[in-house]
Design a protein around this ligand. Structure first.
Ligand code: PHE
Length: 347
């Protein structure tokens, strides 16, 4: 029987070696086909006796069934292999991170701006807004800065190729100080005919423009104007107000404020406000954070108020500069580069 066993082994090996269904059909023909090896064995039985035919025939049949079984097994394995390859090719990698929708966040300048509004509101200040394209009178003349006065060159102003009602060129406001005049005038109008007029206490944050560009200056920047006018409003009130603002804004009590004499046409006396942190990375350095002063009597009159009875202070501070100090940013231009990796840190 060893010839039968080796035939079975040969068939199994041959089926195992094929790599396509066509090759398998060829291999099948070698063993089970009309001229195949099993058929030949059957033919070889002709010379045997009846008894020998019985045993030999039964043995050949067993082997034939085993060859057929091996063929079917191989067929099935090949079909399964195909399926696996197909599945692999069409696989969906569910472990890949999905595409998330980024909801974004507020710009650091907006965050600082909101924070400033919140703090001053909590101290009883109104919040006002006004035009960025401004008339000459509001940006300069009403602020005691008449045409041809040398103080006009303190700001390298952008002018617009369009005239205001006064026939003078409009400007991109170089500071938020015009809002002192606009707000006070509206206030006077609002309370005209009333027995008493409430104090003016307002901040006006907004965009401002100057011909200026380096690491700490951008042609478009942000300021916040403050104005407090009443019967008896003094530098003491300015100091307390601004110190409390700084403490809240920078979230520390550990800072000192000083006034440094300065000049602005619209305030007299005028002072720069410097602060110094007593601890932290900026400790011990005086940092200029605002211009300020007692509102000039001429400016009070231009607001439509009586300079004999109304007195107070104004200040102007750079929102961008406050944001730089709060967040430890050393190049102002980074705020306006639109780099998402930079901006994303402030949410
Ligand atoms: N407007 C001034 C500036 O832009 C700042 C300032 C505002 C100074 C109010 C005094 C009072 O530099």
């Amino acid at each position: 029987m060893s010839d039968l066993n080796s035939l079975l082994e040969n068939a199994q090996t041959a089926f195992g070696q094929v790599s396509s269904p066509a090759e398998l059909e060829n291999a099948k023909a070698q063993f089970l086909g009309k001229t195949g090896k099993l058929t030949e064995l059957m033919k070889g039985m002709a010379a045997l006796s009846v008894d020998e035919k019985k045993t030999r025939g039964a043995a050949i049949n067993v082997i034939k069934q085993q060859v057929e079984a091996a063929l079917n097994a191989r067929r099935q394995a090949m079909a399964e292999g195909d399926l696996q390859t197909q599945l692999k090719a069409e696989a969906l990698d569910v472990s890949l991170p999905g595409r998330s929708r980024d909801i974004g966040g507020l710009h650091p300048i907006s965050l600082a701006w909101e924070r400033i509004e919140l703090i001053f509101s909590s101290m009883g200040f109104d919040v006002a807004d006004g035009p960025e394209i401004e008339e000459d009178w509001f940006s300069f003349t009403a602020l005691n800065n008449p045409p041809n006065h040398p103080a006009r060159s303190m700001q390298d102003t952008f002018y617009v190729d369009m005239q205001g009602e006064d026939g003078l060129a409009l400007n991109l406001r170089p500071h938020t100080s015009p809002m002192q005049i606009r707000y006070a005038q509206a206030h006077v109008k609002k309370y005209a005919g009333h027995a008493a007029m409430p104090e003016i206490r307002v901040i006006a944050p907004g965009r401002t423009y100057r011909v200026d560009s380096d690491a700490t200056h951008s042609p478009m920047f942000h300021q916040i104007e403050g104005l407090w006018l009443g019967e008896n409003v003094s530098f003491k009130d300015l100091k307390v107000t601004f110190l409390n603002f700084c403490k809240a804004f920078f979230e520390t009590d550990d800072l000192t404020l000083r006034f440094r004499p300065s000049y602005f046409p619209f305030t007299e006396p005028s002072a720069e406000i410097d602060i110094a942190f007593n601890t932290g990375p900026l400790a011990g350095r005086w940092l200029e954070v605002a211009g300020s002063g007692q509102v000039h009597p001429k400016v009070v009159r231009n607001m439509g108020l009586d300079h004999e009875t109304v007195i107070g202070f104004a200040f102007g501070s750079g929102i961008d500069r406050l944001a730089m100090l709060r967040y430890g940013v050393n190049d102002l231009r980074q705020f306006f580069d639109g780099n998402v990796r930079f901006l994303g840190q402030f949410r």
